[in-house]
Design a protein around this ligand. Structure first.
Ligand code: ATP
Ligand code: MG
Length: 393
């Protein structure tokens, strides 16, 4: 049985999760605490972040998972960039069956790219393979061929940011196995395999970041981390209604709406303004207008990031997640931004989209790394694509 320990170090909450997979993913232990020292995907105070993570890890151990093992951790932040890699390997002797080792080598070949000295590669995901020039292979292992080519998705980031993240995990008593883009993880957390095949966009609205992932043809096509989130919605409310941040947060959660038109004109909310002894009634619609304006900006930034790639033509589904999308009618606003798309809002019952996606990723890569079965046929069955079943095999 495979087991994965994952960490979602968010700006609002730190979530740790242990998951196992037999037939399907099962959450064995889950722990979550309010975050400290993380803002816009960047760790602004490593000591504070580490103190929280240490408690989350202790909590996970108490919940019966024993030793946690190396962690798969998410990363976000505006410094992240993604690029497409190309790898090639000649198979000798010609036309023998392709092995796991060949696949690993061709994927590694795709990583031979030059980066500025302050940046590093964080992870690489194979998207599709060609065998002897024929495209569309998701699982090339076991196929006969003379040449294998790989198309990969490579995530790069600022060295400082990656090192700080690693340091936080290590100083909390853990070790890092892999670091995965939060936009990719969010998609794996809420999308079904079929949706990854057919095409979907995931928008995870967090506290200081909105992580975006674009999927189609069975794999990740693009990801971005936009440095605006639900925390900005709250600070807008505080600034414009002249309240404390705490009161603004409460107003947003209790009475917020992303659609002013859906709020009856006569609705009012009690607002406690800074320096005022008494609360005063205000139009609830005004609150909704403040929220709508910032949320629309967030969704438009997500749309612009995707549109810029020119890759979104095949995608007709948008899935919203992250607690920042919990404001009622966020889906309605998204339907205005993506009028030709189906919109779904999804909040996992256990853990975050990112944590569950990390677990899915970790468990699946463990499965793929498992020792190869003796016959080529079982091998093909065993080495599944990371994402789904689309493609020739
Ligand atoms: N019930 C709710 N209704 C509206 N907004 C909510 C609700 N609960 C939480 N939020 C908002 O969600 C935001 C935090 O989202 P989330 O917990 O997904 O962030 P995070 O993953 O910790 O942060 P990030 O992904 O930015 O690092 C906050 O701005 C908070 O105000
Ligand atoms: Mg998050």
């Amino acid at each position: 049985m495979n087991r994965a320990f994952v960490i979602d170090l968010g700006g609002s909450q730190v979530t740790g999760l242990v998951a196992t997979s037999e037939d399907r993913l099962r959450v064995e232990a889950l722990a979550s605490l309010p975050s400290e020292g993380v803002w816009r995907g960047n760790i602004t105070s490593p000591d504070a972040a580490s103190a929280v993570l240490r408690r989350v890890m202790a909590d996970l151990q108490v919940k019966g998972s024993g030793t946690l093992g190396p962690a798969v951790v998410s990363i976000s932040g505006a410094h992240l960039e993604v690029l497409n890699g190309q790898g090639m390997k000649l198979i000798v002797p010609r036309a023998r069956h392709i092995t796991n080792q060949d696949v690993m080598e061709v994927v590694n070949h795709s990583r031979a790219i030059l980066l500025p000295p302050d940046r590093e590669q964080i992870h690489v995901v194979p998207r599709a393979f060609r065998i002897d020039g024929e495209p569309g292979f998701m699982r090339p292992t076991g196929h006969p061929g003379s040449k294998i080519e790989a198309e990969t998705f490579i995530v790069t980031g600022k060295k400082d940011a990656v090192e700080t993240l690693q340091r936080v995990v290590v100083s909390s008593g853990g070790t890092v196995d892999q670091i995965i883009h939060a936009g990719l993880a969010a998609g794996l957390g809420v999308l079904k395999s079929q949706e990854i095949d057919q095409g979907a966009l995931v928008v995870d609205i967090g506290y200081g970041t909105t992580d975006v992932g674009l999927f189609f043809a069975g794999s990740i096509a693009f990801a971005a981390s936009i440095p605006v989130g639900g925390g900005h919605v709250t600070s807008d409310i505080a600034e414009l209604l002249k309240t404390s941040v705490e009161d603004a947060e409460q107003l947003k959660i209790d009475s917020g709406s992303a659609s002013p038109r859906a709020v009856p004109e006569s609705d009012s909310v009690q607002v406690c303004q800074l320096g005022q002894p008494l609360t005063r009634p205000m139009h609830r619609r005004v609150l909704a207008e403040i929220i709508e304006s910032r949320l629309r900006e967030i969704l438009l930034l997500a749309k612009a990031a995707i549109d810029k790639t020119g890759l979104n033509t095949r995608v007709t589904l948008v899935v919203l997640t992250g607690n920042g999308a919990k404001i009622p009618n966020t889906d309605r606003l998204a339907a205005e931004v993506w009028p030709d798309h189906r919109i779904r809002v999804e909040f996992p019952a256990k853990g975050t989209a990112v944590a569950l996606g990390l677990a899915r990723y970790a468990l699946q890569s463990q499965e793929e790394m498992a020792p190869a079965a003796p016959s080529a046929e079982t091998l093909v069955g065993r080495v599944r694509s990371l994402f789904s079943g689309l493609g020739k095999n």
